[in-house]
Design a protein around this ligand. Sequence first.
Ligand code: SF4
Length: 219
Amino acid sequence: MDKIREYLIQNRDLFGSELFINSIVNTSKYDNYPVLNLNEFKESICGCKECPLGQSRTEFVFGGGDPNANLLLVGEAPGEQEDLKGEPFIGRAGKLLDKILLAIGLNRNKNVFITNVVKCRPPNNRDPLPSEVEKCEPYLNKQISLINPILIVALGRVAAKTLLKLEMPLKDLRDKIHDYSGIPLRVTYHPAALLRNPMLKKAAWEDFQWIQKYINNKS
Ligand code: SF4
């Protein structure tokens, strides 16, 4: 209570009577969540309706894979198939992702966990809104702290922009190792983009070869 009082007084001094509630929600809500395993965490949030996507979804899509994964893949949001089944990356793009993982000696049940920035499908597959991301990102942060991966890979521009809070073309984000909550993060193309534009496959393959080497060297 003392910390909340102190925060409110500081907020009033800085901004007057307008209160920025979201900054409270995003920084602390799930940082203080009791330590759970991934399954318990999923059970505790699967009925979430904190943003409007909770009303329009069919199924909540927590993500799936190895709870002790070295590699965490993060897309932007569930699509139509994922929304119907409650599983991540199970449409055509997901099948391509499975092939890529297999080619670097990984699969989604061993040493890989796959999730999205938001856990519910945006209508008509639109990009998630900043307000929806803000509500949902604490769940991703909690997943990251429970999985504690060696490497996070953002799949596509929206996931990269959301995680890194950077407005840059994807090609400019690809060649660097970024940092997300103290964990190295790389950016590559979303598999759906590779289906739309096969010319991108060569660059994506180079990224996944780098990912393979990085994981092998660090594990
Ligand atoms: S998108 Fe995230 S914050 Fe919004 S209802 Fe779904 S789980 Fe909750």
